[in-house]
Design a protein around this ligand. Structure first.
Ligand code: UDP
Length: 236
C-alpha cells in the first residue's frame, strides 16, 4: 500500500458540491470526478464510507410554512437521490458500492445495518449512507459524525466548496484568513460555520479528526489521506 495516514475514512460530500457551478441538481461531470478520486484511494487499499448531503435539491429550511418534520423528510429523500447518483458514477468506473439508507427503501438500497456496513468496508466496497440520520432536525454533517463513530472511521474528510475554514466568508471578504488547525472548542466558541454544533460536538466527544478541504482542486482527497497538509484540520 502507498503511504497513507488513515485506513478507514468517512467522506462527507455536501449536496452543494455535487451541484457544481449550476448550484442546483447534480452535475455529472462533478460526480464522475469525485468518483474517480474515490477510486484512487480505494485502489490503494483505503476503506471508504461516504455521506452525501441534499442541499442541491432540498433543505428542510426551504419549506417555509411547511411542517418542519415533513420538510426534513423531503431533505432526507434528496440525500438518497444523491447517494444513487454517486453510486452510479462509482460503479461506472468499476468501484463496488453499497447504498445503505437510514429510512428503509428496500427496492432501492439496503437498510443501514452497522455490522453489514463494516463487512462491506472490510471487503473494499464503498458504502454510501443515504437518508441522513433518519431523523428530522438533524443534518448530514451530523450523519457523517455519527456514522464515522459507528464504523470507527479514523477521520472525516469534509469536502466543501471552499478550501478550508476561514474566520469569515472568503467569497465575501478578500481579507478572510484561513485556519490551518483548529480545536473543536475553537470551532464552537468562534461559532465558525464549518459544520453544525451537533456534528462538531459529536466529533469532539468521540475524538474524530476532521479535515475540511475544497473539492474543486483535483487530487485533494488523496492528499488528505496521505497526511499532506491541505485545508483545515479540526482536532483535539
Ligand atoms: N436532514 C434531516 N435529518 C438528517 C439529515 C438531513 O432532516 O439526519 C434533512 C434536512 O432537512 C437537511 C436536508 O436533509 O436540510 C439536506 O441535508 P443537508 O442540509 O445536511 O445537506 P448539505 O447541506 O450537506 O447538502
Amino acid at each position: 500500500m502507498e503511504s497513507v495516514k488513515y485506513k478507514r475514512i468517512m467522506l462527507k460530500i455536501s449536496g452543494e458540491a455535487l451541484a457544481g457551478e449550476n448550484g442546483y441538481g447534480i452535475d455529472f461531470d462533478v460526480a464522475n470526478r469525485i468518483a474517480q478520486e474515490i477510486k484512487e484511494i480505494v485502489d490503494i487499499g483505503l476503506e471508504v464510507g461516504a455521506v452525501v448531503g441534499g442541499g442541491n435539491i432540498w433543505r428542510g429550511r426551504n419549506g417555509e410554512g411547511m411542517d418542519r418534520t415533513t420538510a426534513d423528510y423531503m431533505g432526507m429523500l434528496a440525500t438518497c437521490i444523491n447517494a444513487l447518483a454517486l453510486q452510479d458514477s462509482l460503479e461506472n468506473i468499476g468501484v463496488i458500492t453499497r447504498v445503505q439508507t437510514a429510512i428503509e427503501m428496500k427496492q432501492i438500497a439496503e437498510p443501514f445495518i452497522r455490522r453489514r456496513a463494516m463487512r462491506h468496508l472490510e471487503k473494499g466496497r464503498v458504502v454510501i449512507f443515504g437518508g441522513g440520520t433518519g431523523n428530522p432536525y438533524f443534518s448530514t454533517d451530523t450523519t457523517a459524525a455519527l456514522r464515522a463513530a459507528e464504523i470507527e472511521a479514523d477521520v472525516i474528510l469534509l469536502a466543501k466548496k471552499v478550501d478550508g475554514v476561514y474566520n469569515k466568508d472568503p467569497h465575501k471578504y478578500a481579507d478572510a484568513v484561513k485556519y490551518d488547525k483548529l480545536s473543536y472548542i475553537e470551532v464552537l466558541d468562534k461559532n465558525l460555520q464549518v459544520m453544525d454544533s451537533t456534528a462538531t460536538s459529536l466529533c469532539m466527544d468521540n475524538n474524530i479528526p476532521i479535515i475540511v478541504f475544497g473539492l474543486d482542486i483535483p487530487g485533494n482527497i488523496k492528499k488528505a489521506v496521505s497526511g499532506e497538509k491541505i485545508g483545515t484540520l479540526i482536532s483535539k
